[in-house]
Structures are given as structure tokens and as C-alpha cells.
Design a protein. Structure first.
Length: 178
């Protein structure tokens, strides 16, 4: 038994060569293409002078510092508030992005904006401009209000959908009042 222990100990010493084991490094990833930050089921508050101006909800958020861009996926919802912090407009889309240089938000795919007066804007893509707090799109847009249905290309509105313009109207009709 004494010899068995000695032989085992000797084999253990021989098997330890002193060489460091280096793990393989996957070099297929490019660091600049990886997000600097990432979160799921995010809720972000935008404030001005202590007042809530908007709340952004998204299923998956990725921040890319080198590109100065934030990617929003798995559903996007933005609630806009007026100066009294009352929610006036809700914007939803399947995905989006934020340009960190301008703080402009791009809503992409199945975009719907609804205000508290019952106005509904639908389009494939629109942009919320931070500098003047306007919602704009150069895509095909439909607007439904209690009084009318309008379709066309090119759209601009304040973020509360109170004052809007469609630049190239292709169809307009009065809504039926019940």
C-alpha cells in the first residue's frame, strides 16, 4: 500500500509538466460590432427640467458607442407627455433605432401613432425629431380621425398629432358619423 501511494504520487508529479494551458480564443467576433450595453424589457424615461416628456419601452435594447446608435427590437412603444405631464400620444412599432448624435428616434415596421383625440397614424417608418419635437415620414401614411380618412405620401406633425400635414394626398374621405 505504501508503494502504491508512492507510485501514484510519482505519476502525478511526472504528469504535471508546468506548461500553461491556454484556452482557444474565438477571433471571429469584431469588438466594434458588439454592443457596449444591452438590456431586455427596458423602460427609459426622458425628462426636461424634472418633467416627464416621454417614456420608451422596448423588448431588447443594444447600445453601439462607436456607431453612436441604439437599436430597439422586439417591440417599441413610446408614450409622449405634454407640459402638464399628461399622456397625449402613444407610438408603437416592431423595431426602431435612436441616432445618438441627434437623439432622433426612428420607428420601423408596422408603425402606429394614436393621440388622445382619437387620431390614428399608420405607416411603415417614421422619425421623431428631437430638435423640434416633430414626427415626420416620407413613406405612405394613413390618418384616421373621427371626421376623415386621409392617405398619402410625406407627413409632418407635432408629437401630439394635433397639427399635421400630408404633403402628397392620394385619397381623402369624410368619416361616417354614427
Amino acid at each position: 500500500m505504501k508503494y502504491l501511494f508512492s507510485i501514484s504520487f510519482l505519476l502525478l508529479l511526472i504528469s504535471c509538466t508546468g506548461k500553461d494551458v491556454k484556452p482557444k480564443v474565438d477571433s471571429s467576433f469584431i469588438a466594434e460590432e458588439l454592443p457596449a450595453q444591452e438590456s431586455w424589457n427596458s423602460k427609459i424615461f426622458f425628462t426636461d427640467s424634472g418633467k416627464t416628456r416621454a417614456i420608451l419601452y422596448t423588448g431588447h435594447l443594444q447600445v453601439f458607442n462607436n456607431r453612436k446608435e441604439t437599436i430597439l427590437e422586439d417591440g417599441v412603444k413610446v408614450e409622449f407627455f405634454n407640459s402638464l405631464e399628461i399622456k397625449t400620444t402613444t407610438l408603437t412599432s416592431k423595431r426602431g433605432r435612436v441616432d445618438e448624435k441627434t437623439n432622433d428616434l426612428y420607428a420601423i415596421d408596422s408603425v402606429v401613432a394614436v393621440n388622445d383625440s382619437g387620431i390614428v397614424v399608420q405607416t411603415d417608418e417614421l422619425k421623431w425629431r428631437d430638435k423640434d419635437r416633430k414626427i415626420v415620414s416620407d413613406k405612405f401614411v394613413t390618418i384616421d380621425s373621427p371626421d376623415e380618412h386621409i392617405e398619402g405620401y410625406g407627413f409632418e406633425s407635432d408629437q401630439h398629432l394635433r397639427n399635421y400635414v400630408i404633403y402628397n394626398i392620394t385619397y381623402i374621405t369624410n368619416a361616417k358619423k354614427e
